[in-house]
Design a protein around this ligand. Structure first.
Ligand SMILES: *Cc1c(COP(=O)(O)O)cnc(C)c1O
Length: 430
């Protein structure tokens, strides 16, 4: 389908990037379960290897099923290109890889997915990279953290836990002023609720494991490029602006223009790091994405009902959901995520650690798992699981104190979810 901008989101989530299979007419996108592709002749092979012609060589780099998903997500985000990866964490490394070098840093929000905090504070040090974590509500602190070695600004649109919504416009303006790309992890919001490129983002990353697939079946990730960053405006991004020795001195930005980042991601990132999404995984995500808007609307509707019910319940200490008028992020949420603040929030239970443990044990519909963005409702008690290695102070700072649980509200009947919480809270606080 040609990407006519007049098509609405619901049409694009089903059609963008796909067409009836040219070989068979198959209406659904086939799973191209193949490692390699036959070259027309030796000249064709040489042109592909020189990046003079775009085509399929080997599925570590490109695959037709994965390519449909890449175009689908790029279109939904309003970007020019996308590179799918084996997981959300792989996508984050793939986003940083062309920008960073030993000694360089990324300025990142203190409020990030726990796994991202570990990746940024521990693992990237092995590459000689570092992360400077600051409170992204303190714009002066963000500006002050940027130095000559900073190569990117990183945050989440809606950060869990805590229902925190980032002021993407303000952070985007700071990034632009400093000549740096802003990378936004849009996993919790999805392009249905938030379109970071409209708020100054250069790159968007997703864990497609979550809402984009939507049913807890496969891990995957994606890096989407807005195509609007001038990589040659400074000498800060030599991987994109300077000659690439592994391609006979080709300059990605000069050669591919707005697609420079995407081509680099495939031709260097996937080629050498190999964090490739497989076609079977892409298929599951393509199936999920067809109903993204329907699911997100229901996730939001249910989250609002459940959060409001919990907030009014005397057994509950507090509810942190940006979709509640009582939230400090309510107004900002309406601006950044106009269709709703997502399906993820935390709440505090009177009775602390013991009551939370009893609550997760007593729930029948909610599953106790370390995942989010599933059709089914999920709950996790962070202090006894994902955050148990942290000190009590660190747990509080992360919004994961002993009395807090995090829920990912599914698309079941909201009344059933409320009844389940009601019966489990009765047992937990008896
Ligand atoms: C899950 C998640 C990730 C990591 O994604 P994986 O697919 O598990 O590697 C990154 N960011 C956010 C916001 C997530 O929820």
């Amino acid at each position: 389908m040609s990407d006519t901008p007049s098509y609405g989101f619901d049409t694009l989530q089903i059609h963008a990037g796909a067409q009836p299979d040219p070989a068979t007419g198959a209406r659904q996108t086939p799973i191209y379960q193949t490692t390699a592709y036959v070259f027309r002749d030796a000249d064709h092979a040489a042109a592909l290897f020189n990046l003079q012609e775009v085509g399929f060589i080997y599925s570590r780099l490109t695959n037709p099923t994965v390519a449909v998903l890449q175009e689908r997500i790029a279109t939904l985000e309003g970007g020019v290109g996308a590179v799918c990866c084996s997981s959300g964490h792989a996508a984050q490394i793939m986003a940083l890889f062309p920008l960073m070098a030993p000694g360089r840093n990324v300025v990142a929000s203190t409020r990030l997915y726990g796994g991202t905090l570990t990746q940024f504070t521990q693992t990237i040090k092995r590459f000689g990279w570092s992360a400077k974590l600051v409170d992204f509500d303190d714009l002066d602190a963000v500006k002050a953290a940027i130095d000559d070695d900073t190569r990117a600004i990183f945050c989440e649109s809606i950060a869990n836990p805590g229902g925190y919504v980032t002021d993407l416009d303000a952070i985007g303006a700071i990034a632009q002023g400093a000549g740096l790309p802003m990378i936004v992890d849009n996993t919790s919001a999805t392009p249905y609720l938030c379109r970071p490129f409209e708020h100054g983002a250069t790159l968007v990353v997703h864990s497609t494991t979550k809402y984009l697939t939507g049913n807890g079946t496969v891990t995957g990730g994606v890096v989407v490029d807005s195509g609007n960053f001038d990589w040659s405006a400074s000498d800060k991004f030599p991987s994109l602006s300077q000659p690439e020795p592994a391609y006979h001195g080709l300059k990605f930005h000069e050669t591919f223009g707005p697609l420079a980042f995407t081509f680099h991601g495939i031709a260097v990132g996937l080629r050498d790091l190999g964090m490739t999404m497989n076609p079977q995984g892409a298929h599951y995500t393509l199936m999920g994405i067809e109903t993204l808007s329907l699911r997100m609307a229901r996730h939001v509707e249910n989250a609002k009902k459940v959060a409001a019910w919990l907030e009014a319940d005397p057994r509950i200490e507090k509810v942190t959901y940006a979709g509640l008028p009582s939230s400090p992020y309510y107004e900002r949420g309406k601006k950044i995520c106009p269709k709703g603040a997502g399906g993820l929030f935390t709440f505090g239970v009177k009775g602390g650690y013991d009551a939370c443990v009893k609550l997760v044990n007593a729930l029948e519909i909610f599953s106790h798992v370390a995942n989010l963005g599933d059709t089914r409702s999920l709950i996790i008690h962070s202090a006894s699981t994902t955050h148990r290695q942290l000190t009590p102070e660190q747990q509080e700072a992360a919004g994961a104190g002993p009395s807090m649980v995090r829920v990912s509200i599914g698309i079941e009947d909201a009344d059933d979810l409320i009844a389940d919480l009601d019966q489990a809270l009765a047992k937990a606080t008896a």
